[in-house]
Design a protein around this ligand. Structure first.
Ligand SMILES: Cc1ncc(COP(=O)(O)O)c(C=O)c1O
Length: 395
């Protein structure tokens, strides 16, 4: 074996969990996707999906994707800048900008490449990027691609954010980037206070609404809308891979900033544009989200029901205020073991270990969809209580 193989073999954590029989990744789904799926040949309740609105198997969205494929074909074979712009890309951009309350928007092929392409394009050598220390990996990668000075503050600690802002040169761009809903622990960014600090220090804010759209705000417009701070947020990004039942992402903001990104963001101009099917699906999902507020209500009814049930059963669920419910285990090995035990009981949940969380905060992540029933939640709480007790995680 070569040096490369020798070195990587030493860090092969997956092998260790395979040997223990608790390896949890790459299970295969062989059915349509809703609250119940066939996974590795076994019927399980899906509590690990980000499809909060429960739209992934909606017939109207499937029809829209089929019709777009019939009309345009299966791909675009080029970047948006050149031959890869369809009328439906442009229409979706207009609708998304209006939805989140901004002048203009750009659609990228994934949400990951939005953060990776936008963040380094807005800040240069003498500027600053300031992030919460729990932002999503795509924000971390976007930040790494920038030549600016990188500053971090402790999760949701506004006093620390202010200290970081005080370190910056007054005339430099100071871009604060934050998730609106933290994807592993379900708590919200303190956007009203971040906006107050932005104004005080003449900074800019970019908010990642990946887990906020379809869930928070009027007609699912997101957490910025929920807090009434949209006007003070410079850039809002979102993804189609969660509530919008598709794949792709967007960034929205002032016309001048969006126009700059349209011609400069590298993952926009050097990446093929999103497929007709994915674009049409996201568009149809957006229309459904706006026109069916009862779906958002159902999501909150089942979320509040589940939050109470898990709390009453004695689980430690932290500060969550969203359909993402973290069940803290605080031990990596037990986190994998409990994930496997849950699967054997017919429940799919996601283990969360570093780098997705701090080493002392390992957890399993339960996520609700508007289509979950109370019976399904009852079953999950009963079985997870049994598993957590057996492992001595709860009493
Ligand atoms: C907070 C956050 N931002 C960005 C992304 C990336 O989005 P996408 O799945 O569209 O690439 C994710 C996806 O997991 C996310 O959770």
């Amino acid at each position: 074996m070569g040096l490369l193989q020798d070195k990587l073999a030493k860090y092969d954590l997956p092998q260790q969990y395979m040997a223990m029989g608790v390896y949890p990744y790459f299970r295969t789904i062989d059915s349509h996707q809703d609250t119940e799926v066939l996974m590795d040949g076994k019927k399980v309740l899906m509590f690990g999906s980000n499809a909060y609105t429960g739209l992934t198997y909606d017939k109207r969205i499937i029809e829209a994707a089929k019709a777009a494929t019939d009309k345009y074909g299966t791909g675009c074979a080029g970047s948006r800048l050149l031959n890869g712009t369809l009328d439906i890309h442009v229409e979706l951009e207009k609708e998304l900008a209006e939805f989140v309350g901004k002048d203009d928007a750009l659609c990228f092929s994934t949400g990951f490449t939005v953060n990776e392409g936008v963040i380094p394009q807005l800040t240069g050598r003498n500027d600053y990027i300031i992030c919460d220390d729990r932002v999503h990996a795509s924000i971390v990668d976007g930040r790494r691609l920038s030549f600016s000075t990188q500053l971090k503050y402790k999760h949701n600690d506004m006093a620390e954010l202010e200290k970081e802002l005080q370190k910056c040169e007054p005339d430099a761009i100071k871009l604060i980037v934050v998730d609106s809903v933290f994807s592993m622990e379900g708590d919200l960014a303190n956007l009203p206070e971040i906006v107050r600090l932005k104004k005080k220090y003449n900074a800019s804010i970019m908010v990642d609404e990946a887990h906020g759209l379809g869930v928070f705000g009027k007609q699912g417009r997101g957490v910025c809308d929920h807090f009434g701070v949209t006007e003070d947020i410079d850039l809002i990004m979102g993804t189609f891979s969660k509530s919008l039942a598709s794949i792709g992402g967007f960034v929205a903001g002032d016309a001048s900033v969006i126009n700059w990104l349209r011609h400069n963001a590298r993952s926009y101009i050097f990446q093929a544009s999103n497929t007709p099917a994915a674009t049409a699906a996201a568009r149809e999902a957006l229309h459904i989200i706006m026109n069916e507020p009862e779906r958002q209500q159902r999501l909150w009814d089942i979320t509040n029901y589940a939050l109470k049930k898990f709390r009453d059963a004695g689980f430690e669920i932290g500060e969550t205020e969203s359909p993402i419910i973290p069940l803290y285990v605080r031990d990596a090995e037990k986190t994998f073991v409990v994930t496997k035990m849950a699967f054997d009981e017919g429940i799919f949940i996601n283990p969360v270990i570093p780098p997705a969380c701090a080493p002392q905060d390992t957890l399993v992540r339960v996520a609700l969809m508007a289509t979950h029933t109370k019976d399904q939640v009852d079953y999950a709480v009963e079985k997870l209580t049994k598993c957590f007790r057996e492992l001595g995680v709860i009493e």
